[in-house]
Design a protein. Sequence first.
Length: 318
Amino acid sequence: MQTEYQQTFKRPIWICGHRKCGTTLLTNLLDGHKSILNYGPDLRMIYALYDVFERFSSPAERKDRFYELFFDDRTESHKIPKETVSSILDQLSFAEKEDIWLYLNFLCTELGRDRHLVIKETSSEHYFINIRDNLDPLFIHTVRDPRDNWAAIAAGLDTYYSKFGETRYEALSSMISRVNLGFSSLLLNLEISDPNNYLVVKFEDLVSEPSSILTKICDRVSLSFSKVLLEPTSGDKKYSGNSHDGEVFTGVSPKNVSRFNERLPSEEVAIIEAFCGPIMEYFGYKYSTNAHYRMLHAEKFYSFFNQRYFYYDKFNRI
């Protein structure tokens, strides 16, 4: 059931999708529009508080956790007033995890009377029903060729993801699992949502035809298109990308579209094609390896995947 507060604020824009699929780029393209208010960094409240709410033994601990998440990566250039957030939190008991949705609803009520609040949280498509029923946003689900998606992630394995303790195959397992789960939720969400309220954006279209995609988004929330949307910013500062390759982009660039064969070993391309085939076919991404080669490497990968996560050897005496 939708909340009673919905008619008091402009429709929010909620951006979801797997990491390195263009969620940050899209958020920062929208950032400069005068009728849009960017929440800032990833919301973080779903995975780091909502999903683990019971781990914190008291409302005070939950509020401390909230503030820790809110201020992480936040700078003075981000436009959400800290005083407004504090005032909202004073009204919430944090006795129930649903207070996370209520916080967002109050935030839209306070700050969204004249502007559309943009909120980004990767892979939040799995929480679609709660988000829809509490905020009724325009949902934008970004997708990307899973081979290019993995190439973008793999570029950061040594410099970023290794600090989480993931090996290369563990990170690849995570990507394949999450992309498939996200695809399943995308199909379900399309089935249960109004087509005008759930927009799927391919990364490749966003970087090659940004004006077309952004015009479509503006139309969905009754905004006038502005050329300022073609220049990504973060808190009014120019945004140069978050590429793990260390490249600095001056605007929207299609440079890394369909470059997976240059950036990845052929066996990893084959593994992704073997286990993400339905996704590729749905979105029109063509195979680059033959079925025999895919199956050879599917066996090797599944052997690792099963032994690492699922197989229990009841005969092991060691």
